[in-house]
Design a protein around this ligand. Structure first.
Ligand code: 9MR
Length: 584
């Protein structure tokens, strides 16, 4: 690790002084930085800043001296300050400076300028800067709906025909039972496509659906007023709940009514080519029941039952049906506690093969406790003794904490509530320490740079914002804002990673519709997976440094795909930040 860091230092400085590519660190397959990339870069959130938040840009390579912020409207300098040297960020192998312009709170459009005249991308300061991008990041789910046509009225240039009716789905041999033998046909329409592929996976739907429901419950006033411009917009439900219901309708069909078990996924045997949904006709299967699927399903159905109860007059019976489904899946999981998903040989689509299930049990137990008030679920949650780590599709313990802290205060002793709260705060403090350590001033560490690193960033931001709701601390919000800046351009690639937002944003996401639709611009509002150096797809990457290893190319499913579980914390974080200045 130390050697790697040193190699990064050496390579950076050699490249700058020689002005040409030299042979750098032994363990880097490509030069850490191409010569062209050593030109001064100003990495900045290209979408904007809320007036009272922290505002910084990263200057790479490091330089000292003054910088200014210039108003686009008047051409006047509105702020003049000094750059601060921050040293090396090992994750990008850069030596950087920070320009802090937090004092700027006047609404407007600006550029940051360096002494040599180099100017940043245009950015905004304003109380509504995240409104549009929030709405687009939620609308992305509509664009990924299976089993329906998207009309020009709601989808604009990205209108398309219906695909994947999923009314004739086969039971795969791995999922066969007496009541439903191999190749029995079931119907499981609707739902969201998981990502750039057309599969529908219960485990990943779990955290995605949960996170959107949590956003709704935490920011109800904000969501009451949002118009998602979707076909169901006038039905009396907030549109975020309409969107979520599209997926819940599918999820319900993933439960075997004969035993309460839940199929792990609904996919073809192989991934489809780059075709539009209406041209993807391979047979679809439900594959193997798993404990992870049952628990994610139980948790989300329990949460849905709680949330949609309020709208029982609009959709009578939904809440009760969700409750019944949740209890059935929980029972199945209790009697089949260790059925891991094992990918059958003939199935090549995503596995979402979680090997540790204690966190899923905790997640489902927390939800069922809130729904039923039955203390046995709380006891189960406590016995599992989980740490609220950064959430991911395979790590759902925090979701249980978020739920108990949000909805169970009246159901437990003040002492216990405080203990749970303290565990969350402890995790948030770990992130605050990471923030203080980082030359980029972002709470990100090496282990965060996995497949979907941008979602790790957003899930950390979500945890920080939830901690901040419980024990307000300026550094919690600071960390969340820094992570938002990171995905919107203050990162070593210079990309604002959300399609359609920012001066430089991905054009070639690994998303079959965006690739095949003949529209130049990708479907907007999607968060690309982000930099990481696993190189699982063998595309050509510009750098081996984890935070710089990204390419805007369809080929790169390991850094440039999109996914429902990656957009969900983005929606949450943008709602949390935006609803501060625009609660209604
Ligand atoms: O997000 C998933 C990541 O954590 C895994 O490492 C990776 C490989 O198994 O799979 C990712 O999920 C993909 C899923 O398997 C299929 N649909 C696309 C998902 C995003 O790339």
């Amino acid at each position: 690790m130390v050697l790697l860091t040193l190699a990064g230092v050496v390579s950076s400085s050699m490249l700058i002084s020689c002005g040409q590519t030299v042979n750098v660190a032994k363990d880097t397959a490509v030069p850490a930085r191409k010569a062209a990339e050593q030109k001064t870069q100003i990495y900045i959130n290209q979408v904007g800043f809320l007036p009272n938040d922290h505002k910084v840009a990263v200057i790479s390579p490091q330089q000292s001296g003054a910088f200014t912020v210039v108003s686009q409207a008047t051409g006047q300098v509105v702020l003049n300050a000094k750059l601060q040297s921050k040293g090396i960020w090992p994750l990008s192998e850069e030596n950087v400076s920070i320009a802090d312009f937090s004092d700027l709170s006047q609404e407007g459009a600006y550029r940051l300028e360096l002494a040599d005249g180099k100017a940043s991308a245009l950015f905004s300061v304003g109380s509504m800067v995240y409104r549009q991008i929030h709405d687009a990041s939620l609308k992305a789910y509509y664009f990924n709906r299976a089993s329906m046509a998207l009309s020009p009225e709601f989808a604009g240039p990205w209108a398309r025909s219906a695909g994947h009716p999923d009314t004739q789905v086969n039971i795969h041999v791995s999922a066969a039972s007496d009541a439903r033998p191999t190749n029995t046909i079931i119907s499981a329409p609707k739902g969201w496509y998981d990502a750039g592929d057309y599969g529908k996976y219960v485990v990943n739907s779990g955290i995605s659906t949960y996170t959107l429901l949590l956003a709704y419950t935490h920011f109800k006033d904000f969501y009451q007023k949002r118009d998602g411009h979707i076909p169901e917009s006038s039905d009396g439900l907030p549109d975020i709940l309409n969107e979520v219901m599209w997926n819940l309708d599918w999820l319900q069909a993933m439960q075997d009514p004969n035993d309460g078990g839940v199929y792990h996924k609904l996919t073809t045997l192989n991934f489809a080519g780059s075709v539009m949904p209406e041209n993807a006709h391979e047979q679809r299967y439900v594959v193997q029941k798993s404990t992870a699927a049952a628990l994610n399903f139980a948790a989300v159905m329990a949460f849905a039952s709680q949330v949609y109860q309020e709208f029982d007059s609009v959709y009578p019976g939904k809440s009760a049906a969700y409750k019944k489904a949740a209890l059935g899946a929980w029972q199945w999981a209790k009697t089949h506690p260790e059925i891991l998903y094992l990918q059958p040989e003939d199935v090549k689509t995503g596995a979402y093969g979680d090997k540790t299930l204690a966190d899923e049990f905790a997640f489902a137990a927390a939800q069922l406790f809130v729904l039923t008030g039955d203390n046995s679920y709380l006891n189960e949650f406590l016995l599992l003794d989980q740490t609220p780590q950064t959430p991911s599709w395979s790590q759902t313990a925090s979701l249980g904490y978020f739920t108990l802290l949000s909805f169970a205060q009246d159901l437990m002793s003040a002492k216990l509530y405080q203990q749970l709260e303290n565990k969350l705060i402890k995790q948030a403090n770990v992130m605050v320490a990471q923030l203080a350590e980082s030359a980029y001033e972002v709470p990100l560490i090496k282990s965060d740079f996995v497949w979907g690193s941008n979602a790790v960033a957003m899930n950390k931001a979500m945890l920080l914002l939830i901690a901040n709701q419980h024990k307000p601390h300026p550094e919690f919000r600071h960390g969340a804002v820094a992570l938002t800046d990171y995905i919107l351009g203050r990162n070593p690639t210079g990309y604002s990673y959300v399609t359609g937002f920012g001066q430089l944003s991905p054009m070639h996401i690994h998303h079959r519709q965006s690739e095949a639709d003949g529209v130049v611009a990708p479907v907007p509002g999607f968060l690309a997976g982000g930099a990481q150096n696993g190189w699982q797809d063998q595309c050509n990457y510009p750098s081996k440094a984890p935070a710089a290893s990204y390419i805007d190319d369809f080929c790169s499913y390991s850094t440039n795909e999109i996914a429902i579980n990656w957009n969900a914390p983005l929606v949450y974080v943008l709602a949390a930040l935006q609803s501060q200045t625009m609660p209604y």
